[in-house]
Design a protein around this ligand. Structure first.
Ligand SMILES: *Cc1c(COP(=O)(O)O)cnc(C)c1O
Length: 369
């Protein structure tokens, strides 16, 4: 049909000319990293934009997850979701922590709070939920359980940039929240990430951990890592921030178009939000049910044959990868909902530069297959 490839996402890139003055500033200052002026400005700008207390920037979201676990000295077992990008559970393994997978809720596709308690053991120290597709978890139910059992909560909020509930930023919940600014995310700094934390003392510990544990020139207080964001990445974030509302607004239009067009298609189910007052439209997942004429993989292939590269996020489940599948909690019978959803899901292309005719072509293929 068409020759142009359409991908599930495409990084938002402002005009190159707009970035040159930022680069000029870096060349003038000759400060390339180590918490320079761009880094400081972006931390403040993000705290203001997101409406959160403290932002600690990182070189990527995965190192931020690793560091968040270190910052709270998490050990033993951590309850998490199998329905996520693999970095969520990998961050636990890298810290010598055992992930314990708990099933998801069929409506929200997030960790099912009703199933958490049964997975708690004397070794459980924390819960690591994911706001999957930017849809908020049941943060209150999760906090209640955490309070009852004295557990910490670290949200993998990689999908949840700018998402708000009635009380403000979704990132204020739990002990810490972790963002990813990878090229494929709603807000990108090429590579990057951040930890959102409520108090200055924790922020200070995180800042030390991401800089080898240095406190001053001669004092190292922890076996830290190199998690610092460079000045170029931070500068790009400052520029990106000026375009973010426009980018999210275009995503919203695409989301609404898909919903309007696909809601009446037999065998295609769209996913509703989970009560956010501000969404970021980061993904557009659909579930391909048995009464659709094609299987999920059939539709995935049909789109591919038409140069539409949708993605099956999240298939396979994290719990199916070789380093996890031997764990008791990874058994398919323990994760019936996640297993079922993982077999039905396709994420359709959604990004600010997606053109209307491509959008209509995607809808047409789904409607007429
Ligand atoms: C992207 C992503 C990460 C990892 O972030 P990076 O910045 O790519 O390291 C972690 N968790 C989830 C849920 C993600 O989508």
């Amino acid at each position: 049909m068409s020759d142009k490839a359409v991908f599930v996402t495409q990084p938002y890139l402002p005009q190159l000319e707009e970035f040159i003055p930022y680069l000029q500033d870096i060349w003038d200052s000759k400060i390339l990293t180590n918490g320079g002026p761009m880094h400081r400005q972006l931390e403040q700008a993000l705290a203001d934009y997101l409406g959160v207390e403290h932002v600690a920037l990182f070189n990527n979201g995965t190192i931020a997850l690793l560091t968040a676990l270190q910052a709270l000295r998490i050990t033993g077992e951590v309850i998490t979701t199998p329905y996520s990008f693999v970095a969520t559970a990998h961050s636990l393994l890298w810290n010598g922590i055992n992930p314990v997978f708990v099933d998801i809720d069929p409506d929200t596709l997030n960790l099912d709070p009703a199933k958490i308690e049964a997975a708690i053991t004397p070794n459980t120290t924390a819960i690591m939920p994911v706001h999957c597709y930017g849809n908020p978890c049941d943060v209150e139910a999760i906090q209640r359980i955490a309070d009852n059992y004295n557990l910490r909560v670290i949200y993998d909020a990689a999908h949840a940039f700018a998402v708000e509930d009635k009380g403000g930023s979704i990132l204020r919940h739990g002990d810490l929240s972790v963002l990813s600014f990878h090229a494929t995310k709603v807000f990108n700094t090429f590579e990057g990430g951040a930890i959102i934390c409520p108090d200055a003392k924790t922020k200070q510990r995180i800042d030390r951990l991401k800089n080898f544990g240095f406190v001053d020139e001669v004092t190292v207080v922890a076996p830290g890592i190199n998690g610092k964001m460079s000045e170029v990445n931070a500068a790009f974030g400052l520029l990106q921030l000026q375009h973010i509302d426009k980018a999210i607004a275009r995503r919203r239009e695409i989301d609404h178009h898909y919903r309007d067009q696909l809601n009446c298609v037999k065998g295609i189910q769209t996913i509703n939000g989970t009560g956010q007052s501000k969404a970021n439209y980061s993904y557009f997942p659909i579930l391909v049910e048995t009464d659709y004429p094609l299987t999920r993989n059939g539709l995935y292939q049909r789109l591919k044959d038409n140069n539409i590269f949708a993605r099956r996020y999240f298939y396979p489940l994290i719990s199916e990868f070789p380093m996890y599948r031997g764990m008791a909690s990874a058994a398919c019978e323990n994760l019936p909902t996640a297993s079922m959803i993982s077999e039905k899901v396709i994420c359709l292309p959604i990004h600010p530069a997606l053109e209307q005719d491509d959008l209509e072509k995607i809808v047409q293929i789904i409607k007429t297959s």
